[in-house]
Design a protein around this ligand. Structure first.
Ligand SMILES: Cc1ncc(COP(=O)(O)O)c(C=O)c1O
Length: 372
């Protein structure tokens, strides 16, 4: 028997994120077009200052998207060609791609069964004399165990770069994502907690020398008018998107709090069901970019929720080490029992600040009735 209701709960609702800032962004668009200051313009410079300060980072620059931000961060360290980068396999494919784009070899390791982030205990067996960098991913908006990762990095003289694409405003031991490593990369893809309405990304750096190299790489290695110091790229950000991000940034903390509040309601409601709810490490403040549960009957639950007009997602059904594309490039993958199991059971349900109470209740009731 199917049950449809009048209440629809999409997995994301981009229009809802636009309405509160509509007037503000159109007013600023007018200013931008009147000025025509499009090339690394005023909004970009202001946003760079504001987001760098928001992350408590030393240096920061905006760029074209999150994949490019991670590539830029990796390239900024000028590792030897064929360097190895240790990454988790349970991530969006861009983490792997960025290492390849930067001339490196991805070495994939398993995740912690509770936080779903890179398991620091698996790093030692992935090390080789080519290892140059560890790239933890703050998956679903919960920070990886950076102290454990950095202590291994320090011991072996490796760099650390946060893939903070999903971690706007997340914190680890009181310190913000983006300020936890030698460098970090953010994505402002539409659906992120801080999302543009087009593509934008961001790099942070702990030192000025790395930041300066990021700047050069972002814009054709440009050191002066028509002088090119290194072979770079065109990874420049867009002035209109920067205006949108500036309008959204002041709302980020309140929106993240709402996500945590919805997550707490789900945690309570699902406590007695055959569901593993997200585990938040004591030292972490997550931004709940995704609320991901695990359940043995995942596919049946997806169908049941679709019948109740509730959107779901699977992040990620096929782990990176099983993606067909990687056959064409050099890589290594260590054993992945946790990743394999999580990929078979994980399910993302709607959790975003614009959800109305009747939508939250509808999700709770629909999930609960599946298990009864
Ligand atoms: C973990 C992770 N890394 C990298 C990226 C790449 O960001 P973008 O889509 O902006 O290129 C994403 C985006 O979804 C991501 O989730």
């Amino acid at each position: 028997m199917t049950t449809r209701t009048d209440i629809a709960v999409p997995l994301v609702d981009l229009r809802a994120t636009y309405l509160p800032i509509r007037d503000q962004i159109f007013a600023e668009f007018e200013n931008i077009f009147d000025r025509m200051g499009l090339f690394l313009g005023r909004n970009i410079r202001d946003f760079e200052r504001e987001f760098t300060s928001y992350c408590d980072a030393n240096f920061g620059l905006a760029c074209s998207n999150g994949t490019d931000a991670l590539t830029l961060a990796l390239k900024a360290f000028d590792f030897s060609p064929g360097f190895e980068a240790i990454i988790p396999s349970h991530t969006f494919f861009a983490t792997f791609e960025s290492v390849v784009h930067a001339g490196g070899v991805p070495v994939m390791i398993d995740i912690d069964p509770q936080t779903y982030c890179m398991d620091p205990n698996r790093i030692a067996e992935a090390l080789s004399d080519k290892t140059a960098v560890i790239v933890p991913v703050h998956i679903y908006g919960q920070c990886a165990d950076m102290d454990a990762i950095k202590s291994i990095a320090q011991k072996h003289d490796l760099k650390t770069i946060e893939d903070a694409a999903q971690a706007h405003g997340s914190a680890y031991k009181g310190q913000k994502a983006g300020s936890l490593a030698d460098a970090a990369a953010f994505s402002f893809y539409f659906t992120k907690n801080l999302g543009a309405f087009g593509e934008t990304g961001f790099c942070t750096a702990a030192t000025e020398s790395v930041f300066k190299r990021m700047q050069l790489l972002r814009h054709h290695g440009h050191a002066g008018k028509f002088e090119h110091e290194i072979i770079g790229h065109n990874l420049r950000p867009d002035e209109l998107q920067a205006a949108i991000l500036r309008a959204k940034l002041p709302l980020l903390d309140a929106n993240n709090r709402k996500r945590r509040d919805i997550a707490a309601q789900y945690d309570n409601a699902f406590a007695d069901l055959d569901i593993t709810t997200p585990h938040v490490a004591d030292h972490n403040v997550p931004n709940h970019h995704c609320y991901v549960i695990q359940t043995p009957n995942r596919d049946d639950l997806v169908a049941h929720l679709a019948n109740h007009n509730i959107g779901t997602g699977i992040h990620y059904k096929t782990p990176v080490h099983h993606q067909p594309a990687i056959r064409t490039v050099e890589h290594r993958a260590l054993p992945m029992p946790v990743t394999e199991s999580v990929c078979n059971h994980c399910l993302t349900i709607p959790c975003y600040p614009e959800l109305a109470n009747n939508q939250i209740n509808h999700v709770i009731q629909s999930v609960t009735c599946f298990f009864q």
